[in-house]
Design a protein around this ligand. Structure first.
Ligand code: NAP
Ligand code: HSE
Length: 432
């Protein structure tokens, strides 16, 4: 029986889950692949740190050369995170002919092209199922099962921390800051939550998915990104009264070779399946021209859910090694489609504004909307205090340019105190 030596880089939440799951499934992996994976060394930063009993401390090292220079180690599992030093370690591993499995969306979103090109050159596997959506199979379905389709739409809840926060705000009526604090106390949100709450984590995941689904190179900087810090309990309450919930959506569309990518808070009608994805769960809606609508749902993070995807990748690498077909799925995308260079398709929008509570103010606003041909689908007005009122509107479809000009003019009306939030509304029909 052949064993395959593995070098594990990182032994935190995800790395420790990989150690446990590989040990638990070793018999099954042998059955499936004819090979037995064996962790030979584990790279950590701090050798003295307390670890779970399942971690054999004799395997720990804080010197990456012990792994990268070891010719017996054929497979690297990278669970360090971030781009440096992970990117350099992965490039060295590939140049040494080692296969790489990683959970690192930051690195793949930023350096995926270079890494995949190195894998193609060295005929090695680079697999990263865990980098997007944790346990949910997303990369392999897009890369393999759905390749007969032209994928036209992606709509996802790809960040568990923000979904937990928005779900809590919806369920309890609490403000963003209070729920963020609670999420940090419970360990859902990190002490520096910026990459989650400012939308960057979801944007990295969208960049990876869109590159594969739309067969193009997506640069992170091309994505229109907005986080959820500006969402208030009032937005959540009005959205609910208007039959919707607010979610941080990552959306991608591919129309006639033009790609549009956005991450930002959006209203999702309560009858849309994405509206029912709550707490820290993730989900992705995909529309393919032959397959129609598909939805993937599950745990986007956590030790064992993430290890589930990584160990699945280990099995794939071992199968490829056994059959002598390593590197079969790693060519870098060869096309480059324009991203966000055209206006997105017209969409309904939610607008919340504060106005002076005087006769004629609503009429002024309605006249401006009529002049711009913006049609209102629903309106709620509520008194804030003796001098001010709050108005929430959902429009019918309006183009981004017309809406931006209308909001600028609205803001300059003498009795408009502030336009607090303008959010797109996802169409009830997911194929739009
Ligand atoms: P983590 O708990 O912070 O663990 C990181 C590990 O890497 C630790 O063992 C740490 O060593 C080691 N490490 C960090 N910097 C190092 C360096 N310079 N040299 C050597 N070792 C170093 O992180 P995690 O939550 O497991 O996440 C790992 C990766 O998985 C990230 O890319 C993350 O985005 C991705 N991911 C995580 C989840 C999740 O649920 N956590 C889900 C999906 C994807 P010490 O133990 O000595 O500190
Ligand atoms: N911070 C990420 C999230 C972890 O909240 O979804 C998984 O990538």
């Amino acid at each position: 029986m052949d064993s395959v030596q593995i070098g594990l880089l990182g032994c935190g939440t995800v790395g420790a889950g990989v150690v446990d799951l590989l040990a638990k499934r070793s018999g099954r992996i042998l059955e499936l692949t004819g090979l037995r994976p064996q962790i030979k060394r584990i790279l950590v930063r701090d050798l003295e740190k307390p670890r779970a009993l399942s971690i054999d401390r004799a395997l720990l090292t804080n010197c990456v050369d012990d792994i990268l220079n070891d010719p017996e180690i054929a497979v690297i599992i990278e669970t360090i995170g971030g781009t440096s030093p992970a990117h350099a370690f992965v490039m060295r591993a590939l140049e040494a002919g080692k296969h790489v499995i990683t959970a690192n969306k930051d690195m793949i979103a930023q350096h995926g092209d270079e890494i995949l090109a190195a894998a193609a050159r060295t005929q090695t596997d680079v697999l990263f199922e865990a980098a997007v959506g944790g346990a949910i199979p997303l990369i392999r379905p897009l890369k393999e099962c759905l390749t007969a389709n032209v994928i036209t739409d992606l709509q996802g809840i790809l960040n568990g921390t923000t979904n937990y926060i928005l779900s809590k705000m919806t369920a309890t009526g609490a403000e963003f800051g209070d729920v963020l604090q609670e999420a940090q106390d419970l360990g859902y949100a990190e002490s520096d939550p910026s990459s989650d709450v400012d939308g960057l984590d979801a944007a990295r995941k969208l960049a990876i998915l869109a590159s594969i689904a739309f067969s193009t190179r997506v640069r992170l900087g091309d994505i229109d990104v907005r986080g959820i810090r500006s969402i208030t309990a009032a937005d959540v309450r009005y959205a609910s009264e208007m039959g919707a919930v607010i979610k941080l959506l990552a959306t991608g569309s591919n129309e006639a070779g033009h790609v549009h990518l956005r991450v930002g808070p959006s209203l999702v009608p309560k009858d849309h399946p994405l509206a029912r994805v709550d707490d820290a769960f993730n989900a992705l809606f995909v529309h393919g021209d032959a397959a129609g609508d598909l939805m993937f749902f599950g745990r986007g993070a956590g030790s064992l859910p993430t290890a589930s995807a990584i160990v699945g990748d280990v099995i794939e690498v071992l199968r490829n090694m056994r059959l002598g077909v390593s590197g079969r799925l790693t060519p870098a995308p060869n096309s480059s489609k324009p991203v966000n260079e055209r206006e997105p398709a017209p969409a309904a929008h939610f607008i919340r504004l504060e106005v002076g509570d005087k006769p004629g103010v609503f009429a002024q606003m309605a006249a401006l909307f009529a002049q711009k041909s913006i049609s209102m689908e629903s309106v709620v007005q509520r008194r804030l205090n003796p001098l001010a009122a709050e108005i929430a509107i959902v429009t019918h479809d309006v183009s981004a340019g017309v809406l931006a000009r209308a909001m600028k003019e609205l803001q300059s009306l003498p009795d408009v105190v502030a336009v607090h939030n303008v959010l797109p509304v996802l169409k009830g029909d997911s194929t739009s």
